[in-house]
Design a protein around this ligand. Sequence first.
Ligand code: 2HA
Ligand code: ZN
Length: 274
Amino acid sequence: MKNILTAPFMVEMIRTATNMYDHGWDERNGGNISLMVDEDEVAKYLDLNSVLREIPTGFDASTLDGKYFLVTGTGKYFKNVQYAPEVNLGLIRVTDSGRTAQLLWGYADGGKFTSELPAHLMSHAARLAVDPENRVVMHCHPGNLLAMTYVHDLNEKAFTRTLWQMCTECIVVFPDGVNVLPWMLCGTNEIGIATAEKMGSARLVVWSQHGIYGAGKDLDETFGLIETAEKAAEIYMKIAHLPLLTTITDDQLWLLVDRFEVEPREGYLAPRQA
Ligand code: 2HA
Ligand code: ZN
């Protein structure tokens, strides 16, 4: 059996957590990542019959039964993932209609998965229902997106349109837009259900005054999605207090849509000029 620390999914997870920390998105124990890994891939590194512990999840996620996830640990710091992956990460198999997580590797100090597991697994289920290729759910606290939720209208269309107007590439990277939740208590099934519901129509969900959730087919793509939205929010926070002399118009956004063949969120752009 090969050493799991050499697995491409593990190497990529460690690099991504480190990179997110380096971007300032994951102070202290902030943020969490879950990566769905194919059983065939896990079997190269672990004995699938060797369950270290069973941990209750506290919610149902029946469509995920039998699926494997590499997940950051509760209370753990992204800063430390690269130095002690087996303490800060765990690999779980979901069973019992989602109610139990079987630990196959990791959480070596007796720990467990992120407190945000409900939001993660429910979001995986929601994204898989609309995109079978989805593998990643990522949560973090990027400063400019967070700041924007204090000063910008939290209406999803208004929030999305502002981000699209801040950088030319935004509508190409997230044509589905950004959904927004009001402030809610984190770590609960309620915020998990609300996040998953928002994930049905967009891969980015802002948690007001807290952070953001992103979903995608791999860690790089999901990181890039959040990175692009955060860059747009940074531009917004640089200019919001200044007189606005120019913007990217809806006609120009339509040119991007046509050139890059993306499908903008229905009704978010003014109708095309004839
Ligand atoms: O503790 O970011 O939302 C990790 C978090 C909770
Ligand atoms: Zn958080």
